[in-house]
Design a protein around this ligand. Structure first.
Ligand SMILES: Cc1ncc(COP(=O)(O)O)c(C=O)c1O
Length: 384
């Protein structure tokens, strides 16, 4: 199988991730917490080590500010439902994944918030358009760092500064950027940063993180309450981070894989990993430009792109049919459809069928991309 669906979850994982999880599962897979026995302590240390690595990679204030979540959706919901209050005005964009759009729309429909959705142009959100959407009662701006449909990277540094000036909170969905685009929380005024561990940080599914910056202290409420392994006499959730926002048995086995994945990323550096993926996409862009029949969605600018690209199929071929033919006849895995991001597809007039998204990973080769392009050429020739 030629796996070109890394934007959904990365596969394969780097070898050290498999090894770390195997080792951990066989020696230390106890329930972390203050039980005091050595296996429980080893499990707790694994969580702590993972938070330290995240803090180092992203320049956070302190390891305990990293809440380990089950995926990116979990972190985004924690942030949105923990912070938003009745009467708030929230600004978002048309690039968002349903993990942002759906909770916000539900809050809007029930009259809890008013919502402004800023339109992007060719996959890019203009910082000035965000500024123009801010109102005196805006409490939160939430947006994706990189579009999962188009791969376009947004100017979050500029936007973070203007949101901070306005006094609102800034929540960034870094699902498609964490691990492949440098993010420096020390230099950029981001209050909350959510991402999965299972995409470009190469951990297993069931992992993710939410960074909670100091401005949210005393304001963010727990969304999930329960046991934390310590402070058991407290009638309510402990106020100490990360325990305030982490209830229940954590995915400690997943954390062991995530920690190894972060090490792997830090050894190479996000830029090297992004450049590899973008140079593979360049092959596809060059082919699409030569072809009469195929187009790409959004503006192609390799300097502000991650490794996801949407192809617009010729008339007579639906992305769904193409996805099936690629899978069944060529052994190639891609993602057709709306990619959980209906607003941007409406804006691009690719709704409801969507596009054909390919997303190479660190182990994808140029030869595999050649094979993908040949397959599309062959399918197109057979239909048109
Ligand atoms: C931009 C974006 N946000 C959020 C998510 C949700 O991530 P998860 O599936 O880890 O909850 C995704 C997943 O593809 C995504 O691409």
């Amino acid at each position: 199988m030629i796996y070109l669906d890394n934007a959904a979850t990365s596969f394969p994982k780097p070898e050290p991730v498999y090894q770390a999880m195997d080792r951990f599962a066989r020696t230390s897979l106890a329930n972390p917490g203050r039980a005091g026995h050595r296996m429980a302590l080893a499990a707790e240390k694994m969580l702590d080590d993972t938070r330290h690595r995240l803090n180092q990679l992203f320049g956070g204030r302190a390891p305990e500010r990293w809440i380990l979540t089950h995926n990116c959706t979990d972190g985004l919901n924690l942030a949105l439902k923990g912070l938003i209050q009745h009467g708030d005005h929230v600004v978002t964009t048309d690039l968002e994944h349903n993990s942002v759009s759906r909770p916000l729309r539900a809050l809007e429909k029930t009259g809890v918030i008013s919502l402004t959705r800023v339109a992007s142009t060719q996959g890019y959100v203009d910082a000035e358009a965000i500024r123009a959407a801010l109102e005196p009662k805006t409490t939160l701006v939430v947006m994706t760092h990189a579009s999962n449909v188009l791969g376009t990277v947004q100017p979050i540094e500029t936007i973070a500064s203007l949101v901070r000036e306005a006094g609102a909170f800034f929540l960034v969905d870094a699902a498609q950027s964490a691990g492949v685009v440098p993010i420096n929380l020390d230099a950029t005024p981001i209050d909350l940063l959510a991402f999965p561990g299972h995409k470009s940080l190469y951990g297993p599914t069931g992992t993710g993180a939410l960074y909670v910056g100091p401005r949210t202290d005393g304001k963010i409420r727990p969304w999930r309450e329960g046991g934390t392994g310590g402070d058991s006499s407290s009638e309510t959730q402990p106020s100490l981070l990360p325990y305030l926002l982490e209830g229940g048995t954590p995915n400690v086995l997943g954390a062991s894989g995530l920690a190894a994945g972060i090490d792997w990323v830090m050894e190479r550096g996000p830029d090297v990993l992004r450049n590899h993926e973008v140079s593979l996409l360049q092959q596809v862009v060059d082919w699409a430009e030569r072809s009469e029949a195929w187009g790409i969605a959004g503006r192609w600018d390799p300097a502000t792109h991650v490794g996801a690209l949407s192809l617009v199929a010729p008339e007579g071929l639906t992305p769904q049919d193409l996805g099936s033919i690629l899978d069944v006849s060529f052994g190639i895995a891609v993602r057709p459809g709306l990619h959980c991001a209906p607003y941007i597809h409406r804006a691009l007039h690719t709704f409801p069928d969507g596009t054909l998204r390919l997303s190479p990973g660190p182990f994808t080769t140029s030869q595999q991309i050649d094979r993908f392009v040949e397959a599309l050429t062959e399918i197109t020739a057979g239909v048109l």
